[in-house]
Design a binder for this molecule. Structure first.
Ligand SMILES: NC(=O)c1ccc[n+]([C@@H]2O[C@H](COP(=O)([O-])OP(=O)(O)OC[C@H]3O[C@@H](n4cnc5c(N)ncnc54)[C@H](OP(=O)(O)O)[C@@H]3O)[C@@H](O)[C@H]2O)c1
Length: 388
């Protein structure tokens, strides 16, 4: 695969505002413009119609390098794309930690994978640890338990996600809109809290399984929960906004991590994939989903871009190139394992900085957390044992 700076029609040049310029624009944008929204939907429809053709050069399954000695944490590894990612990483020799809420199912899957491989004599190195992203306490407990081992972490794959299509607005026990918490806030907290282990494993990578739906998202940092009535809640907005928030947070993280730290952060679009993510759709739409298999990827196909981002040796070089160019968005790998340009709104560095600050506040971390973590210092989170 060849890597070059992503180029896009309208968002190819970084915006003039800088992270450190202090001032905030008075002309605060309150929603996505019609043109951006239309372009976003064109990208989504384009992905749906052409993903199979555009990704026809990508082998299925993707051939992975030998991963002995590599430790990977995969969230949401009991279903869909995450299950395929965890299985293939393990079969390539990696030590895989399935970070899941259904522990029993996790153990059953390991048993099944091991049985399937019994003839080859391959002994899989997979374990299950409990993680519920709907609880920030659970995220802190998970990170504390992992960091306490003093072991290196090479790849964190933030895969778990929800899209409660057509469902009414719901809030976690932490008080946050559920899409925002599961798809953005909890993975952001997990990524930062695992920094000590990622530094130990450096060069290491954080891969966020994002979505082309971020293209129709908009993040209002004054209303992350969508409760003020400024914009009526729909699950589609809840999902797309959370995915855009993840790109924006990751972009600031990418900018702030010095090259010497050796931690790369990437977002990935898996394509449009037949998984349980559509479980909440009306039955008639689920049936239609099954009738159009040509257009929709299998979970195996949908796992390729994430596995590529997690293992391809050219990735650090590409991330360094974006950093050197002061590109306003972190690396984004498309379903066809090629770099893609994130949405125009993702390039707005001023609002990405606001998302960064607001996210730290919501996940209970002090504003200087990243600096402290990079210095090897402890950071106190208001969640977890301290918050209980
Ligand atoms: N499928 C697509 O077309 C598509 C397109 C773009 C992006 N994506 C993204 O791909 C990722 C994987 O989704 P998928 O399609 O594979 O869906 P999926 O089959 O529904 O898998 C989602 C996984 O996330 C886990 N999860 C959900 N809520 C959780 C929580 N509170 N704590 C811990 N784990 C939780 C689920 O575990 P439980 O079984 O315990 O709920 C499940 O293992 C998501 O981030 C999704 O947004 C999917």
């Amino acid at each position: 695969m060849s890597f070059a700076s992503p180029t896009g029609s309208s968002s190819s040049s970084p915006p003039s505002s800088n992270i450190g310029d202090g001032g905030r624009s008075d002309n605060r944008k309150e929603a996505l413009g019609w043109i951006e929204w239309g372009r976003g939907w064109c990208s989504i429809i384009g992905e749906f119609l052409f993903q199979r053709i555009a990704a026809s050069h990508v082998e299925n399954p993707l051939t992975l390098p030998q991963l002995d000695g590599v430790t990977c944490i995969v969230t949401g590894a009991t279903s869909g794309i995450g299950l395929e990612i965890a299985r293939q990483l393990a079969e390539s020799g990696a030590h895989v930690v399935m970070a899941v809420r259904k522990m029993k199912l996790g153990h059953e899957l390991i048993q099944k994978w091991q049985n399937d491989k019994s003839e080859s004599g391959l002994l899989l190195n997979v374990e299950v640890m409990e993680l519920d992203l709907l609880s920030l306490d659970s995220v802190v407990r998970f990170a504390e338990a992992w960091n306490a081992r003093g072991a290196p972490l090479h790849v964190l794959i933030n895969n778990a996600g929800i899209f409660a299509i057509g469902e009414p607005q719901r809030f976690s026990k932490d008080g946050y809109e559920e899409h925002m918490q599961v798809n953005h806030l909890a993975p952001a907290l997990l990524s930062l809290l695992l920094f000590p282990s990622l530094l130990r494993g450096s060069p290491s990578r954080i891969i966020n399984v994002n979505s082309i739906m971020h293209s129709v998202g908009f993040v209002d940092t004054k209303d992350m929960n969508m409760t003020t009535g400024r914009k009526k809640y729909t699950s589609l907005d809840g999902y797309s906004n959370s995915k855009l928030a993840q790109v924006k947070f990751s972009s600031i993280l990418h900018k702030r991590i010095p090259a010497e730290a050796g931690i790369e952060i990437l977002c990935v679009s898996p394509g449009i994939v037949h998984t349980n993510v559509a479980r909440d759709l009306p039955k008639i739409i689920i049936a239609a989903y099954k009738l159009i298999p040509y257009f929709i990827f299998s979970a195996l196909e949908g796992s390729r871009s994430t596995l590529f981002a997690a293992t391809d040796p050219q990735v650090p070089e590409y991330c360094a190139l974006l950093k050197a160019d002061e590109w306003p968005v972190c690396a984004y790998i498309s379903y066809d394992c090629r770099p893609m340009n994130a949405s125009e709104e993702a390039h707005n560095l001023e609002s990405s900085q606001e998302v960064w600050e607001k996210t730290l506040e919501l996940i209970g971390l002090p504003p200087d957390s990243l600096d402290k973590l990079l210095e090897g210092e402890r950071v106190e989170c208001q969640y977890g044992s301290k918050g209980e």
